[in-house]
Design a binder for this molecule. Structure first.
Ligand code: NAG
Ligand code: NAG
Ligand code: NAG
Ligand code: NAG
Ligand code: NAG
Ligand code: NAG
Ligand code: NAG
Ligand code: NAG
Ligand code: NAG
Ligand code: NAG
Length: 627
């Protein structure tokens, strides 16, 4: 467990990128990492020389060790948790800012239960701490700790911190083992603010908010109006500019504090489009960087992340690791029946069905037997909850076989598997079948995405209500010459024809998986979102469409809907630059809802345009401000 934390430490490489040493921090809360000594060593490994903790700073269970390695820390992005330590001093002397991007029970600073039978935490000299951007302070159950009520916490909370609170309670919820009679030292007489973190003149609290002149909007370095800090400053400043801040509220870009990092794309007013910005930077924590550090991926929004969001997956593009949105579920490979920890298992059943959640590829077989749905008294396995069959709805590929020998009585098809595109048949039922469907009540197969069975036979037998077992040309799905079909004793074909259980006329001759226009293997005319249609909405119908490879695709909403037969179609292709006419305004080749106003252009200039009488966007005169 701890080795992973060692690996998270970002080495000196980042020193050259950021000019500050960054470490990941932790999210262990109450977990102790190995023995006390191992735990101390892993904390030391993680934080020694670290200046910026990108996550949370958690110091826990330290009784007799030297914590002077904490002196390097200046900034924490998440919360600071000091819990169950019994050292006299925790020397966070250089900590300036706690961002509180993640909180611990709504608090950004948590100091709780720091004592044992022998003694406890006495001093917390955080004399540089001048900013908590988000979250409150909870200091409770530290009977030996002094001076926490001498700190003016209001000065530390950012004005916009709407979650701020202070909870100071020397005893806390725990009963103390002995009555502790401790007198605390007062603040040093030289502390001009009369506030301090501990005894001694070096521990005076320097105020940067409550005593500022009324003109200041945030922090200041003195009481005069000329002492106001720039609005982008956090903690305080040495002068009025955004380059004089002690820390940045939002982002640190080279030498200055900014609201956001320079965008990766800028609007080019001559070519009317967003272009790569050579000055663009990624955000990495609260810093702007030219390149994300090793082992980080880039999101669409240009920030460096350690792992992509659940709805996207990591891909490499032009040598950069990027998070890409997955269309219709990210790929997830799962073991099927007969593989890995499902070796020796006969069928999908109530005790393994949860492992198939979100799987897109089944590496192995999917087998359903009577025991799946009836349960097994001997091994105490209950019947499958039918709603959990939905776990298979995302499956696109099965590398082994699909064998269904029992299915819920009231289910009319196998459309839970409607997204399966390919069954590879690398392992087969009875060494023969890649697809076996026997003895079910179903009326149709409903495998409407199935396009290939790479190896093995198809066996569809004894399904007394099934009309659509042989309505698809199976040969079209086969890859090798050796594959065969065995389709026997299903519902009589004449009977099916008599009750109209036949392919829809919009299907091509290859056949279908069921009676509806979305059950076709392929379409006779056109296809719109998986469904066969007679025609596309080119000249009429909503929304208007264009045709590409027999598929009906929507025109962009910025295209003006055309009604007159002389002009014809509304668009010729996808996107806002294939419209016949624009619905609103035109900016170069693009139809737009409004002309660009205040879009970031080159060199940090903002671009403003106005629509002329022909609804064409024209560049505002450079002397104009705000359009
Ligand atoms: C703690 O370690 C630091 C440096 O490693 C050293 O300078 C200091 O004297 C130590 N403090 C104690 C109390 O051992
Ligand atoms: C605490 O200590 C002070 C001075 O050392 C003494 O006057 C006082 O009686 C003590 N109180 C208790 C409850 O022991
Ligand atoms: C306290 O302030 C006085 C007057 O400014 C100064 O002479 C003295 O050195 C200071 N004491 C300490 C310990 O800094
Ligand atoms: C099989 O192993 C995978 C990956 O190690 C795990 O996610 C899954 O829960 C396991 N399934 C069973 C039935 O133990
Ligand atoms: C049901 O699933 C469990 C867990 O995968 C497995 O141990 C058991 O053998 C299965 N039962 C059958 C009949 O396949
Ligand atoms: C399945 O996907 C959903 C949505 O992306 C996610 O919330 C859930 O945690 C996933 N479940 C498993 C077991 O992976
Ligand atoms: C089938 O029956 C089960 C319970 O017997 C019920 O939960 C389910 O909703 C039914 N399904 C359909 C499609 O009627
Ligand atoms: C099925 O498809 C194969 C291969 O394309 C073709 O040779 C065969 O004639 C088709 N069968 C029917 C019944 O259309
Ligand atoms: C076309 O007809 C629709 C509704 O019938 C109408 O809203 C639209 O303004 C018409 N467009 C043109 C260009 O005439
Ligand atoms: C942006 O700055 C560069 C260098 O300072 C200059 O060459 C270029 O012309 C500027 N572009 C615009 C649009 O002002």
């Amino acid at each position: 467990m701890h080795s992973c934390c060692f690996m998270l430490k970002v080495s000196l490489i980042t020193l050259f990128i950021l000019f500050s040493v960054v470490c990941q921090g932790a999210n262990n809360k109450l977990t102790i990492l190995g023995t006390e000594e191992q735990h101390y060593n892993s904390l030391k490994q993680m934080y020694e020389d670290c200046e910026v903790v990108l996550g949370n700073l958690e110091i826990t269970y330290i009784e007799n060790y030297n914590l002077s390695f904490l002196k390097s820390i200046q900034e924490v992005s998440g919360y600071v948790l000091l819990l169950l330590n019994a050292v006299k001093v925790i020397p966070l002397e250089n900590l300036q800012i706690i961002r509180g991007n993640t909180l611990y029970e709504n608090a950004a600073l948590v100091v709780v239960v720091n004592y044992n039978e022998m003694g406890g935490l006495e001093e917390l000299p955080m004399r540089k701490l001048k900013e908590i951007l988000n979250g409150g302070v909870k200091i409770s159950g530290n009977p030996y700790l002094c001076n926490m009520n001498n700190v003016m916490w209001d000065d530390i909370f950012d004005t916009a911190n709407d979650k701020s609170f202070v909870l100071l309670d020397p005893v806390g919820r725990r009963k103390l083992p002995v009555v502790i009679n401790k007198t605390c030292p007062p603040c040093h007489s030289n502390c001009t603010s009369r506030h301090c973190w501990a005894a001694g003149p070096e521990n005076c609290q320097i105020l940067t908010k409550v005593d500022c002149a009324a003109q200041c909007s945030g922090r200041c370095k003195g009481t005069l109006p000329s002492d106001c800090c720039h609005t982008q400053c956090a903690a305080g400043c040495t002068g009025p500019r955004e380059s004089d801040c002690l820390a940045c509220r939002k982002f640190w870009d080279g030498a200055i504090c900014r609201e956001s990092c320079p965008p990766l794309q800028v609007y080019n007013p001559i070519d009317y489009q967003l272009e790569h910005n050579p000055e663009g930077k990624y955000s990495y924590g609260a810093t702007c960087v030219k390149k994300c550090p090793h082992n980080y991926a880039v999101t669409d929004f240009g920030s460096c992340v350690r792992s992509c969001h659940a709805d996207s997956t990591e891909v490499e593009e032009d040598g950069i690791r990027k998070c890409k949105k997955c269309n219709g579920g990210c790929s997830k490979m799962c073991n099927g029946i007969g593989i890995g920890n499902l070796t020796g298992v006969l069928a999908v059943n109530a005790s393994n069905i949860d492992h198939f959640k979100n799987c897109t590829t089944i590496n192995g077989n999917l087998v359903f037997l009577m025991v799946s749905f009836k349960g097994d008294g001997h091994t105490n396995i209950p019947p499958i909850d039918q709603r959990k069959l939905d776990n298979f709805r995302n499956v696109k590929e099965i590398t082994g076989c699909l064998s269904i020998q029992y299915w819920p009585e009231n289910a009319t098809d196998l459309s839970i598997f409607e997204n399966v595109k390919v069954i590879r048949g690398r392992t087969k039922e009875l060494s023969r079948y890649a697809l076996a469907v026997t003895g079910l009540n179903i009326k149709s197969l409903g495998l409407r995405s199935l396009k290939q069975i790479s190896d093995g036979d198809v066996g569809i037998m004894k399904n007394k209500n099934l009309c659509f077992g042989n309505t698809v040309n199976w040969t079209k799905l086969f890859v090798t010459e050796k594959q065969n079909i065995r389709i026997l004793e299903n519902r009589n074909e004449n009977e099916c024809a008599a009750i109209g259980e036949v392919c829809h006329p919009l299907c091509s001759d290859v056949g279908c998986w069921g009676p509806e226009p979305f059950d076709c293997f392929s379409c006779r005319h056109f296809i719109r979102q998986h469904e066969c249609v007679k025609e596309c909405n080119v000249m009429q119908g909503e929304p208007r469409e264009f045709i590409k490879d027999s598929e009906c695709l929507q025109c962009h909403p910025e295209c003006l809907v055309q009604n007159s037969t002389e002009i014809g179609a509304t668009c010729t292709g996808p996107g806002p630059d294939n419209c016949i006419k624009c619905a609103h305004f035109i900016d170069g080749p693009h139809c737009v809802k409004s002309c660009p106003s205040g879009i970031m252009g080159e060199n940090d200039t903002l671009i403003w345009k106005y629509p002329d009488e022909n609804s064409v966007c024209q560049l505002c005169h450079p002397d104009c401000v705000r359009g």
